[in-house]
Design a binder for this molecule. Sequence first.
Ligand code: GTP
Length: 361
Amino acid sequence: MKAVILVGGLGTRLRPLTYNTPKSLVPVLNKPFLEHVLLKLKQHGVGEIVLALSHLAPLIEECFGDGRRLGLDISYVTEKSAMGTAGAVKNAAEMVSDTFFVLNGDIFSDLDLSAMLRFHKQHRAKVTIALTPVDDPTRYGLIETDGYQRVTRFLEKPRPEEVTTNLINAGTYLMEPDVLGKIPALEEHSFERQLFPSMLKAGDAVFAFPSSGYWIDIGNPEKYKQLNFDLLSGKGGQYGFNRGDQIALGHGSHIHPTARLKGPLMVGDNCTIGKDVIITGPTIIGPDCRIEAGATISDSILWQKVTIGGGCSFISSIAARGCRLEESSQAHGAVLGDNVTVSQGYVLKPGESVEPGVTKG
Ligand code: GTP
């Protein structure tokens, strides 16, 4: 079974984390996000993967190679410029010849893909769209169905008074290969706004498969943090890292005996955690980080090679690769791009977002 995964978007809402790192490679539990998605696909017998690339394509190819490391067969198609969700799959048309999955590459769920495939076949659907319930459907694509689960209407980002259901497009589809004939070649084209509504008008068999399990899109920093913390606490459906407040320490990491650590906490390889440091979970610390004496960290994510200086306070924040907080500086709800420096004693504004390479203070 094959899946085409869309990983070519700019990820603008997840900036400043995604200027130099594609959304599919942002670390989740210290592994590239997409690796978690690929392992889920493998669990459901999806062994052949096509990654549809555009923005920062070489980084993704370099990370996953031919897929052998994960026991998968991975190939790549790259657009010269982003072709939109449907355009990207059209670009991969030569690589599919049977029923195939399409996944938005920024979604993690415990959707039962095997049950979805059975549903698709039973209904002789041309396209099956997974649905998931959300509290506020106004930021998503709402999908209405009849009593037989056949799609009757699509409504992208509805106004509050237009909301008739809390079920939205979960960004996972099953498709028959002949559907690709309906997408214009070499043009930007969208599933949600163009292909699916036009198939509905033409009377094509478009069905919806509802699921009530875990589902999240890591579109913005809050959601990105939530996925990390959910998986760390064992809340990601069948996929949980642990249950409760465990502490996982990487190889070669050194923790000073006076440091106080409270889980759930993950510390990557080769980290140093100094005297009287207090770290409260949920927190994830990437490899090669250095936390100096008396620093306090809670509810945060550090990527690799981050230094938190002595006496710093780093609360509910994210620091990308190579950030350095000098002694006694403070961050609360901050999101720092790669290689940001926060000068000694500087207090970032609550919720401040800092672009890569900037020095604050
Ligand atoms: P924002 O800029 O923050 O909206 O994020 P995004 O660029 O990722 O867009 P969006 O969240 O709508 O995309 C959903 C999924 O489709 C993501 O996994 C994107 O990487 C992917 N995607 C969106 N547009 C394209 C495209 O033109 N080409 C390819 N290959 N993938 C795309």
